[in-house]
Design a protein around this ligand. Structure first.
Ligand code: DX5
Ligand code: ZN
Length: 219
């Protein structure tokens, strides 16, 4: 069943509580942490995640766009106050990816590995047993509101084929430029969790867009 994860990055932070209530029919709330090093921009960290966790009934899908994310894991987990479903780290940001995924698993949350558009899927091969989720970035990470990169469609298919060849099945998530049009293509390619920021929070009625994105899974 297709899951929808609105990205809080696109919310109006002057009224975060109301914004989060506007997306309460989604499956997860996607939380983007940016450090100004792995990606150029800085978003927010544990104190804001703690505030979000207090407001939302939804499980949190934490996307760490930070260098050496292992130093942040425990603080993020504490900020989530039991609401964190999954912590995803970028393979490009981890010197010891295998160990970092082991630590995430030891925290009793799902572990995800994210791949930038230029990163080969072969990075997944030797860590596959530790993964619950694979995040195929469909834009270069760092900003909301960017155009979807079409070349990521064959990559989603390649990642699924690789995982099948390893005889493992992982949740495939996509993030960046997802809207009711691009959702059809990524779902046809095999995506199961759709992250969408501007398409959902920029809408007058976010519930309608969430429904529309979900319908991509029904065709
Ligand atoms: C980008 C972030 C995304 C971002 C998506 O680096 O990881 O989660 O918020 O925003 P949209 O859906 O607007 O592309
Ligand atoms: Zn994200």
């Amino acid at each position: 069943m297709l899951k929808i994860a609105p990205s809080v990055l696109a919310a109006d932070f002057t009224c975060l509580k109301q914004e989060i209530e506007r997306v309460d029919t989604a499956d997860y709330l996607h939380v983007d942490v940016m450090d100004g090093r792995f990606v150029p921009s800085i978003s927010y960290g544990p104190p804001i995640i703690a505030a979000i966790a207090r407001i939302t009934p939804l499980p949190l899908d934490v996307h760490l766009m930070v260098e050496e994310p292992e130093h942040l894991l425990e603080e993020i987990l504490a900020a989530g106050q039991g609401k964190i479903d999954c912590i995803t780290v970028h393979v490009e940001a981890c010197r010891h990816l295998h160990r970092t995924l082991q630590v995430i698993k030891s925290l009793k949350v799902k572990a995800g590995a994210a791949l930038n558009p230029a990163t080969p899927i072969s990075y997944l091969k030797y860590v596959a047993p530790l993964l619950d989720r694979v995040l195929i970035m469909t834009v270069n990470p760092g900003y909301g509101g960017q155009d979807f990169l079409w070349e990521t469609i064959p990559k989603i298919k390649d990642a699924i084929r690789l995982l099948e060849s390893l005889d493992v099945s992982k949740e495939i998530e996509v993030d960046g430029g997802i809207d009711p049009q691009t959702s059809q293509l990524v779902v046809a390619a095999g995506a199961e969790v759709l992250v969408a920021g501007s398409a959902i929070f920029g809408a007058t009625h976010p519930h309608h867009i969430i429904d529309e994105l979900r319908r991509a899974g029904e065709v």
